[in-house]
Design a protein around this ligand. Structure first.
Ligand SMILES: N[C@@H](CC(=O)c1ccccc1NC=O)C(=O)O
Length: 336
């Protein structure tokens, strides 16, 4: 029996990869199928910037609202037309491997969601090298608490993160809210193409500006701390949707699958999101890569692109306690 770590990961598949392959597995742009790597990254940034300009020009908003005293403690809030403060809130945490990206180019889903009556908050946090992972996790917690305190009548806060942002959002599953003085009314998590075990990236170029030690990586890996997650009462269940794109790399697929349902060969009594009382489900989104999975969210008000109107059914479904088009794969106790 492996006793080297919290989860018994001695046979972790990524440990068998050579440095070059590991680097490739954790470079999402190397796995795109429609555009080349560089063009994809450029398009991603352009679509994010355009969506943000459009949101700021066409939606009622409050920009650069401070949620704390730090210079980088800022959120943008975009409002639906309905005059109320009892909206559902989608809080979006952008990705960029904790070292690039900003709220100012990340308002992807604002126009379609505000049109559906959902207020959207786009969170800024101090990316590396200014910020450390511990600080970023704290910033996302404080921004969520700020939304709760400012809008106590909210109809639920849905935390949505992409890639590194999904990691930061997932860390909120483990947060002890007591020290923040208020428990946010969290009603759902949308974790899109995330990384939940940071250990594999410690030896990749991703870690250059992050300076994560192995210990820091484990401390900030939600995968390693599910045991510590507060046990949620089954009712009302809080849906956690773990989503990965078909054209994400095999390692990204593994990360999402194992976060949803722990690795089958783990020797230890497995704690999963489901056994901790979260209503978790896992979905692989068809024919999208790591970037399209997010930039498609801008397109929902374009009728031509409404093949599957995602994420409205998703948000609507989690708001009403159902999973819409997503079929939750129930965890079977004792299956490994
Ligand atoms: N350097 C990475 C870029 C990347 O990972 C990324 C880019 C934009 C938004 C999220 C990303 N990944 C994780 O946070 C790549 O080439 O794929």
């Amino acid at each position: 029996m492996d006793v080297s770590g919290a989860g018994g990961w001695d046979e972790a598949p990524w440990k068998k990869l050579c440095a070059e392959e590991l680097e490739k597995q954790y470079t999402p742009s190397k796995w795109t199928v429609r555009l080349g790597a560089e063009e994809t990254l450029k398009t991603f940034s352009q679509i994010g910037s355009q969506a943000t300009s459009k949101a700021r020009a066409t939606r009622r908003s409050q920009l650069h609202v401070p949620y704390g005293d730090g210079k980088g403690d800022k959120i943008d809030i975009y409002f639906p037309d309905v005059a109320s403060e009892a909206w559902p809130f989608l809080v979006f945490v952008h990705g960029g491997y904790w070292q690039y990206g900003s709220k100012d180019e990340s308002a992807f889903m604002v126009n379609p969601l505000t049109a559906q009556g959902v207020a959207v908050v786009v969170v800024a946090y101090d990316i590396a090298p200014k910020g450390t992972l511990d600080q970023m996790v704290d910033q996302v917690a404080r921004s969520t608490v700020f939304v709760q305190k400012r809008y106590p009548c909210n109809e639920g806060i849905y935390l949505c993160g992409h890639s590194a942002g999904a990691h930061l959002a997932a860390m909120m599953l483990l947060t002890n809210w007591t020290k923040h003085g208020v428990t946010p009314n969290l009603r759902g998590f949308l974790l899109i193409s995330g990384i939940y075990d940071l250990e594999p990236i410690v030896s990749t170029s991703v870690n250059a500006p992050l300076h994560m030690t192995l210990e820091g990586a484990r401390r900030n890996s939600p995968q390693w701390h599910l045991e510590a997650a507060p046990v949620k009462p089954a009712d009302p269940a809080c849906p956690v949707l773990v989503i990965v794109g078909q054209h994400d790399s095999p390692e990204f697929h593994r990360q999402s699958r194992e976060f949803y349902q722990r690795h089958a060969s783990s020797h230890f009594p497995a704690q999963t999101l489901c056994t901790r009382g979260w209503k978790a489900s896992f979905e692989e989104l068809h024919d999208v890569d790591h970037f399209e999975i997010i930039w498609n969210l801008t397109q929902e008000d374009d009728v031509l692109n409404q093949v599957e109107p995602w994420p409205f059914p998703l948000v609507a479904a989690i708001h009403s306690g159902q999973h819409g088009p997503f079929s939750p794969i129930e965890f079977e106790e004792g299956s490994f």
